[in-house]
Write a protein that binds this ligand. Structure first.
Ligand SMILES: [Zn+2]
Length: 404
């Protein structure tokens, strides 16, 4: 069954009950009635289409408090699946998940100077074709794409992102390309929004009101859910935080300003800072020709106490932590998830950044905020969150607040 016909068969109340089960887990009819405020007779009517469509099932029997054991209702993990695609600058990852956002299959490859839109999309489509053949008609409800902004979110077009190694990533109508190839509905958002969605409702941010997600890599990508809604930016860019000015007379940035955070705390900036120091005569234990030194070499050397690498990483992390403290003050998150290649490659960067952010947070010094390195989904957050976009848009929209 297609997602639009499922959608047409569901009232707002049915969607709300489905959303409660999805977000809070299996529960009895009594618990559902209490949470939703619906009378049992209404609840029976609202549950019926969800069961008929196979969206929910009666599952294992709950704990008995004497007498007959109550039945638990749960989201059906077996009937329908969703596809999530994460197109980033360093890699692309595609997942097939069930409605509980559990991964059933995964495909990942690196992005390099040969990863033009044509070859990248061809690889994704080939994998999808095999997967969709296996799962059969009507089981996959839709495709979510999380990618690098700026975007035209409504029409599903990548506009003019910076720093893809391969040429040609401008004005790519991803939505219509995938819709045409698969016949499935496609929804697109920036990758950081997809990731914060995954962590908020299916991961470490469950039950926390404001969740902040930062992905540190080629750029600094941020996604925030505040009181149940995305904090959106113009053109759905995800790099507004990256262009927070932290030094009024600082280095010139590609955006036209000076002293943007990205010029100090991204992969390229850290490498640049390190290479400049070497060229000025500073020494390091990294035994490679200067031009071959990668950010990974610098991260590793810093972990191994190379003084120059440590100094460069610490400075970058201190500046990142300062920007983060500003961001925290504005948006008041309950949890901050730090993710991305730089965070995974350097424990030092992560720890220094968190310490600075806490120290510089106004008020109670950030003590009320939890920090997480990688969240629940680590490098899978964007792809799983992209799959979650489909469920949010088609099965929960309006019923569970304003996320879409
Ligand atoms: Zn800038």
């Amino acid at each position: 069954m297609s997602i639009t016909s499922i959608q047409n068969n569901l009232s707002l109340e049915s969607k709300r009950i489905f959303g409660l089960l999805l977000r809070k887990g299996a529960m009895t009819k009594g618990q559902l009635a209490k949470l939703s405020g619906l009378k049992l007779t209404t609840l029976n009517r609202v549950i019926l289409p969800l069961e008929e469509l196979g969206l929910i099932i009666r599952t294992m029997v709950g704990k008995s408090t004497g007498g007959r054991k109550p039945v638990l209702y749960d989201v059906n993990p077996q009937k329908y699946n969703v596809v999530g695609i994460d197109i980033s600058r360093l890699y692309t990852q595609v997942v097939l998940t069930n409605l509980k956002m559990e991964t059933l299959a995964k495909f990942r490859f690196d992005m390099n100077q040969d990863s033009s839109p044509e070859t990248t999309l061809k690889r994704i489509q080939d994998w999808l074709e095999t997967v969709l053949k296996k799962t059969g008609d009507g089981c996959v409800l839709g495709i979510g794409i999380g990618t690098v902004g700026p975007l035209d979110r409504r029409d599903g077009i990548i506009l003019n992102p910076e720093n893809f190694e391969a040429k040609g990533w401008e004005n790519i109508p991803l939505k219509s390309i995938f819709e045409e190839k698969t016949g499935l509905p496609v929804i697109m958002d920036n990758g950081a929004n997809a990731a914060v969605l995954a962590e908020t409702y299916y991961g470490i941010g469950k039950g926390i009101r404001n969740v902040m997600y930062l992905n540190c890599g080629v750029g600094i990508r941020t996604g925030v859910i505040s009181s149940g809604a995305f904090v959106r930016t113009v053109n759905d860019t995800e790099d507004t935080f990256a262009h927070m000015v932290i030094d009024v007379n600082g280095k010139a940035c590609r955006c036209g300003n000076r002293g943007c955070l990205e010029r100090y705390a991204s992969i390229h900036s850290i490498r640049e800072e390190f290479l400049v120091a070497i060229k000025k005569g500073k020494t390091s234990r990294i035994k490679k020709p200067v031009e071959q030194i990668s950010y990974l070499d610098i991260c590793q050397a810093a972990e191994e106490n190379d003084p120059l690498a440590r100094q460069v990483m610490q400075k970058a992390a201190m500046l990142m932590g300062t920007g983060l403290a500003n961001f925290i003050q504005l948006l008041n998150p309950g949890i901050v998830v730090l993710s991305g290649p730089l965070i995974y490659a350097s424990k030092l960067f992560y720890e220094e950044c968190v310490q600075t952010a806490m120290k510089k947070s106004y008020g109670n010094k950030g003590n009320h905020i939890a920090f997480s390195r990688g969240g629940s989904f680590v490098e899978n957050a964007i792809s799983i969150g992209s799959a979650a976009l489909v469920v949010e848009r088609y099965l929960l929209k309006k019923a569970m607040g304003s996320n879409e």
